[in-house]
Design a protein around this ligand. Structure first.
Ligand code: 4AD
Ligand code: MG
Length: 429
C-alpha cells in the first residue's frame, strides 16, 4: 500500500492506495472518485465495463467512505493533483452514511461536528503545522541544553491572578485548582537542573469571548538559572524565529491551503524583533496612532493591535509598570516602579504570544507584593524557599502555542488552532 503522495511520486505503473472518498461523481459509464489520505488527494476513475457486477455498490458510495484502490497511475493535467488512477480493483472498507458536512455550513454547525470537521483540508493543514510547531519547540530547547520538566496540573497556589482560576473539587477540598502556569513549581527545579522547559496544558477561566482566549491551551514554558533579563527576551526571539523557519521549510503546501501570505512571516526570520519599553510604547502610540494612555495603565488589546500594525515583526514590550504585572517579576533596579517583564506581541494584530520576566529574588519584596495582592503568603512557603537556600538570578517565559499557531497560520480565531477548543461556552464534543 502506498501513500497517495508516494503513488504520485511513482507516477506510472500499478499502485495500491487506501483512503477516504473526498469527492465523487459519475455517469452510467464512468465513476470518478477523488480519494484522500493524510498526504494528498488523487482522482480515480472506474469504467463500468470493468465493474459490471458491482456497479450498483460502487455507484452508491458516499463521501467519506473508506476504501482501497489498485490501478494504473498516469499523468493527467485535468485531474485535481495532476495524476489519475484507472482503477482495476477496489475494496470498500467502511461505508459512509449521508455525511453531514457540506459546503457553507455555519460556524456553530461545524463546532458541533468538530469530530468530523477535523478531516477537512483546512483543519488537516492546521494540524500538520501544529505538529511541526510542537516538534520545533522540543528541538529548540533540547539543542539549547534545556531539560524537559513537568509541574503538577493540580495546584494549590496561583500565579496569574485569582479571577481566571478553575477550582476543582478535590475530595471535598476546595483550595485546589488547575494550573494557569507551571512556573511556581518549575522555579524550585532550576536549583537542580538549571535550564528547563515544558509543554503542557494550562487552564484559564476566561469569562470573555474573544478570538484569542481558550480555557484550556498548550503552554510552552522555560525557566533558567543565572539569567539576566535580556537572556529571556533573546531566547523568546530565537525560539520564535526557529519555529517560523521550521514551518516555512516543512509546511509550504499547508500554508498554501490556508492561503497564508508568506511575505508576512519571512521578516520575522530575517530581521531582529522590535524591542521597546512600555514607556516608549506609550510615546509611539501617541505619536503614530493618536492614542493617549495614562502611564500605569495596562495596554489593552486594541492598543496592542495598533502598535503591532506599525511593524512587520513581533514587538517585545518591556518594563511594564509594577502595578499591572505579576508579583514574581523583578523590580527594575533603575526604575523601581517598573518590572523586568516582557510581552511579545505578534504582527498583524494577533496579540500577545509570549509573557516572561526576570524573577524577583528578594524575599521581602515578594512577600510584600503577595500581601498587597491579598494572598496569604504562608501558602507560598514552599515557593519562598527558592529564595532562602542559595537563591540565584533567574527568569523564564511562557508561550501560548495556539496563539503562535493562530499567527503563523493567519487564523481569524484561536479555536481553529486546537482540535477540540474549550471556551467559556463550549466544552463538547
Ligand atoms: O502571560 P501569561 O499569563 O504568563 C504566565 O503564565 C507566566 N507564568 C509564564 C512564565 O513566565 N513561565 O501567559 C503566557 C502566555 C501568554 O503570552 C499567551 O500567549 C498565553 O500564555 N495565554 C493564552 N493562550 C490562550 N488562551 C488563553 N486564555 C491564554 N492566556 C495566556
Ligand atoms: Mg501575559
Amino acid at each position: 500500500m502506498l501513500s497517495i503522495q508516494d503513488a504520485i511520486k511513482q507516477g506510472e505503473g500499478t499502485v495500491s492506495i487506501h483512503g477516504w472518498i473526498h469527492r465523487e461523481r459519475g455517469s452510467n459509464k464512468l465513476k470518478f472518485i477523488v480519494l484522500r489520505d493524510s498526504t494528498n488527494i488523487i482522482q480515480c476513475v472506474f469504467e463500468r465495463v470493468n465493474f459490471e457486477k458491482t456497479w450498483e455498490d460502487l455507484d452508491h458510495l458516499q463521501i467519506e467512505a473508506s476504501m482501497t484502490i489498485t490501478g494504473t497511475i498516469k499523468k493527467d493535467p485535468r485531474a485535481p493533483t495532476g495524476y489519475e488512477i484507472t482503477a482495476k480493483k477496489y475494496e470498500i472498507v467502511g461505508k459512509s452514511e449521508n455525511y453531514p458536512i457540506a459546503k457553507d455550513q455555519s460556524v456553530e454547525f461545524l463546532a458541533d461536528n468538530r469530530h468530523l470537521w477535523l478531516r477537512s483540508r483546512k483543519m488537516t493543514a492546521i494540524l500538520k503545522i501544529r505538529s511541526t510547531i510542537f516538534g520545533a519547540i522540543h528541538e529548540y530547547f533540547r539543542r539549547a541544553g534545556f531539560y524537559e520538566y513537568h509541574s503538577p496540573l493540580f495546584q494549590a497556589v496561583q500565579a496569574e491572578g485569582g479571577s481566571t482560576l478553575f477550582h476543582v473539587d478535590y475530595f471535598g477540598k476546595k483550595d485546589v485548582f488547575l494550573a494557569q502556569t507551571w512556573q511556581l513549581y518549575a522555579e524550585p527545579a532550576i536549583f537542580g537542573l538549571e535550564k528547563i522547559y515544558t509543554m503542557a496544558p494550562s487552564f484559564r477561566a476566561e469569562k470573555s469571548k474573544t478570538s484569542r482566549h481558550l480555557t484550556e491551551y498548550w503552554h510552552a514554558e522555560m525557566e533558567m538559572a543565572w539569567s539576566v533579563f535580556k537572556d529571556i527576551q533573546d531566547h523568546g526571539e530565537s525560539l520564535l524565529k526557529f519555529i517560523v523557519k521550521k514551518v516555512l521549510e516543512t509546511n509550504k503546501p499547508e500554508l498554501a491551503v490556508l492561503e497564508r501570505d508568506l511575505s508576512k512571516l519571512e521578516p520575522s526570520i530575517k530581521k531582529p524583533f522590535v524591542r521597546m519599553t512600555y514607556t516608549e510604547a506609550l510615546k509611539v502610540l501617541k505619536q503614530k496612532c493618536g492614542i493617549d494612555i495614562e502611564w500605569g495603565k495596562d495596554l489593552r488589546t486594541i492598543e496592542e493591535d495598533e502598535l503591532t500594525k506599525l511593524y512587520d515583526v513581533p514587538v517585545i514590550v518591556t518594563h511594564y509598570p509594577k502595578m499591572v504585572k505579576a508579583f514574581y517579576m523583578m523590580e527594575d533596579p533603575q526604575h523601581a516602579d517598573t518590572v523586568q517583564g516582557c510581552d511579545f506581541l505578534a504582527p498583524e494584530g494577533h496579540g500577545e504570544i509570549i509573557g516572561g520576566s526576570q524573577r524577583e529574588h528578594d524575599l521581602e519584596k515578594i512577600k510584600k507584593r503577595l500581601v498587597a495582592m491579598g494572598e496569604d503568603f504562608k501558602q507560598y512557603e514552599f515557593y519562598l524557599d527558592t529564595r532562602r537556600y542559595g537563591s540565584v538570578p533567574h527568569g523564564g517565559f511562557g508561550m501560548g502555542v495556539e496563539r503562535v499557531i493562530k499567527w503563523i497560520c493567519g487564523l481569524d480565531n484561536i479555536k481553529d488552532a486546537i482540535p477540540f477548543p474549550r471556551t467559556m461556552e463550549r466544552y463538547k464534543p
